[in-house]
Design a binder for this molecule. Sequence first.
Ligand code: E4P
Length: 218
Amino acid sequence: MQFFIDTANIEQIKEANALGILDGVTTNPSLMAKEGITGKDNIYKHYKAICDIVDGPVSAEVISTDYEGMMREAHELVEIAPNIVIKIPMIKEGIKAIHSLSGEGIPTNCTLVFSAGQAILAAKAGATYLSPFIGRIDDTNWNGIELIREVAEIYAIQGFDTLILAASIRNSRHIVDSAKAGADVVTCPLPSILGLLKHPLTDIGLAKFLADHAKASK
Ligand code: E4P
């Protein structure tokens, strides 16, 4: 399973990259706004800065909601760096754009996915990645991990190549459960990645090892 970080924060991307386990980055317009990045030039410069840090796929989301606009933005975004992936919302015009971009060999990430039916459509259109939003599904008293499991089953039965990218991860347990449910990629905020490190018995065990070593070395 691949690990992406879900942020536009440069320091957090550097910190995750320094761990040596980072395979890529996802962003969205809300994450860009959170960093105070506004205006097309600044946003494109920011994507370039991220692509200079990470070699793996970097998802850059289109703002247009019509086919022509999405295609125009996609063609501009792919010029930024060779590892840019075009993030397209799961809407009718988006499916058309994913199909066209797939035909041009441009990688896509179909975002805002909340159902298995949407997952089938995105795969049929040739999406490279599919982003089911598991945290937001959980927020509606449904089960985001069950959607990952259902899509993984369908893609395996049907032989679809689209990679399942578990998104809207809210905690470390979501990462473990996504792995069990068949996600190919998880995109996570930094605290959820770092949370995987934590276990009280590790801390207690290490403190004891170091204390015993110090005692024996006296
Ligand atoms: C995915 O690519 C999205 O950027 C992201 O995971 C959404 O997460 P949120 O529901 O925490 O905003």
